[in-house]
Design a protein around this ligand. Structure first.
Ligand SMILES: C[S@@+](CC[C@H](N)C(=O)[O-])C[C@H]1O[C@@H](n2cnc3c(N)ncnc32)[C@H](O)[C@@H]1O
Length: 480
């Protein structure tokens, strides 16, 4: 860790309401897209079918996934009219919350930029950056999509002083374009899940190499933001990337309130970390297009991680709310939260907390575990105390002492070297929803945080369910 560096505070609310100004711009965005693409009437009529087809192609069966879909006119029109604006909506809500520090002349590299979704969402989310001289390097193997995105952006923001360079290249060519420079922000949205060609791709080695490359090209004060759809498959890859980033000497500043093993990794039948939110403020034309394509939307979801160089200390009382609310016995309600002690079940009797919120907890003196999920139970701040447990709650198997668990790891400075969590098995090829199309994030049920699956019991927990300390790895400085 670099003690002299000021780490921006983790955002308290990850998905603030869409700012009115951004909503107004998105309202007219449909016209800008139509003007830029100028579909023939016959193709305009077919658009809802193209959208539906692309949704089906990108959903579920990834074995027949054709990575060049952005280069074909029908899918490109479907993406730019529909998936791109939905991504703008969800990214704008997230980017409005994240503490992205971009000084004058900062270089932002966007990988798999498509129709410049990240760049446009940043413009929508951050009016304070609109007049700032920023430089963007946008890479995508589909050059036509980049050009189209640039055309639409110029229509949206004709006077924007941003210097935008687009390059039709594989994203691994990033170093070639950066030269000796390092980026202040590296982003990749909705790319990771298709980067290695579906679940059969050799992603472990590739993810290790990707994490190393990204870390090597990030400015010492830079940030890396990777956003994925809120599906199990996408979130699992992101969680694997998180692990490799931490091993490459990086710290994850959001959404995780700690650097330890993810308690919602999506492996086996465990829940996966993602956030769902409503579509309030979405433009009516986009909602109508969703209806026309028979993909009506009530909720959106995404998973993401924001990282920077240096390891970070966990705040023991921080908790990120990761599910919607559900009923508990005794007229209580509950919500799951990710904490440095593992998965927690927050109890309360009034309004739920929006998923993505960061809370400060007061842990009880005595651990009490939810029998259904194994999560540590804790009152949400300001709530009435938990009723005493009627029957002793079942506890997870006693963890082995930290020394024993880490005995196989090399030791440096008297402390165990970072421990790699066991790799999760491959995701089933049935969960990949397309970006912009994750409508059906299931409501949370007790024992099933935000997903149809029960979370596993927290593993390897020490006293009070607190994980054995884990140290971030040394920076590898891997280069291409
Ligand atoms: C789902 S789109 C996401 C586009 C944009 N980031 C967004 O969020 O709307 C994925 C993009 O990644 C691009 N892509 C996939 N693999 C790539 C690679 N290896 N190198 C460069 N671009 C890639 C595709 O061409 C496509 O434009």
């Amino acid at each position: 860790m670099c003690p002299e560096r000021t780490i921006p505070p983790a955002p308290a609310d990850l998905f603030p309401a869409l700012p009115a100004d951004a909503a107004a711009h998105l309202d007219r965005y449909g016209l800008l897209v139509r003007d830029a693409l100028r579909l023939k009437p016959k193709h305009a009529r077919l658009l809802p079918i193209e959208i539906r087809d692309l949704s089906a192609t990108l959903t579920d069966e990834r074995d027949d996934f054709a990575p060049d879909y952005m280069t074909r006119p029908g899918p490109l029109a479907a993406y730019v009219h529909y998936f791109h604006p939905w991504n703008l909506y969800r990214l704008t809500r997230l980017l409005a919350a994240l503490p992205l520090d971009l000084p004058d002349d900062a270089l932002i590299a966007d990988l798999g930029a498509g129709p410049l979704t990240v760049l446009t969402a940043l413009w929508l989310a951050r009016p304070d950056l609109r007049r700032r001289p920023l430089r963007f390097l946008c890479l995508d193997r589909a050059g036509k999509t980049l050009k189209l995105g640039l055309d639409i952006f110029r229509r949206l923001a004709p006077d924007c002083p941003w210097n935008i360079r687009i390059e039709a290249e594989h994203l691994f060519r990033l170093p070639h374009f950066l030269g000796r420079e390092q980026a202040r922000l590296i982003t990749a949205a909705n790319v990771l899940n298709e980067l290695f060609g579906g679940p059969t791709g050799k992603r472990d080695a590739e993810l290790d190499s990707l994490a190393g490359r990204l870390a090597a090209h990030l400015d010492p004060d830079g940030q890396m933001l990777v956003i994925e759809p809120g599906t199990r498959l996408a979130a699992r890859r992101l969680i694997e990337l998180r692990e490799t980033l931490i091993e490459n000497g990086m710290g994850v500043t959001a959404p995780c309130p700690h650097q330890d093993e993810c308690p919602m990794p999506g492996s086996g039948n465990k829940a996966w970390c993602h956030f769902a939110f409503d579509v309030r403020g979405a433009p009516p034309w986009l909602l109508q297009l969703a209806e026309a394509a028979r993909l009506p939307k009530e909720r959106l979801s995404l998973s993401f991680l924001l990282a920077r160089h240096g390891s970070l200390e966990a705040l023991d009382n921080a908790a990120r709310v990761v599910s919607e609310s559900f009923a508990l016995p005794g007229n209580l309600r509950g919500q799951y939260a990710c904490t440095p002690r593992g998965l927690a079940l927050l109890t309360f009797d009034a309004w739920p907390t929006p998923p993505g919120s960061l809370l400060r907890l007061s842990w009880p003196e005595q651990d009490q575990r939810d029998p259904k999920s194994g999560a540590l139970m804790v009152q949400r701040p300001g709530e009435r105390p938990l009723p005493p447990a009627r029957t002793p709650a079942p506890r997870p198997p006693a963890p082995r002492p930290a020394q024993e668990r880490n005995a196989d790891r090399p030791v440096a400075d008297g402390r165990p070297a970072p421990r790699r969590a066991p790799r999760t098995e491959r995701a089933p090829a049935t969960s990949g929803k397309p970006a912009g199309d994750s409508t059906s994030a299931p409501r949370a049920r007790h024992g099933k945080p935000g997903t149809p699956d029960a979370p596993g019991k927290p593993s390897g927990r020490g006293k009070h369910g607190k994980p054995a300390p884990r140290r971030a790895g040394k920076k590898t400085g891997k280069k291409d």
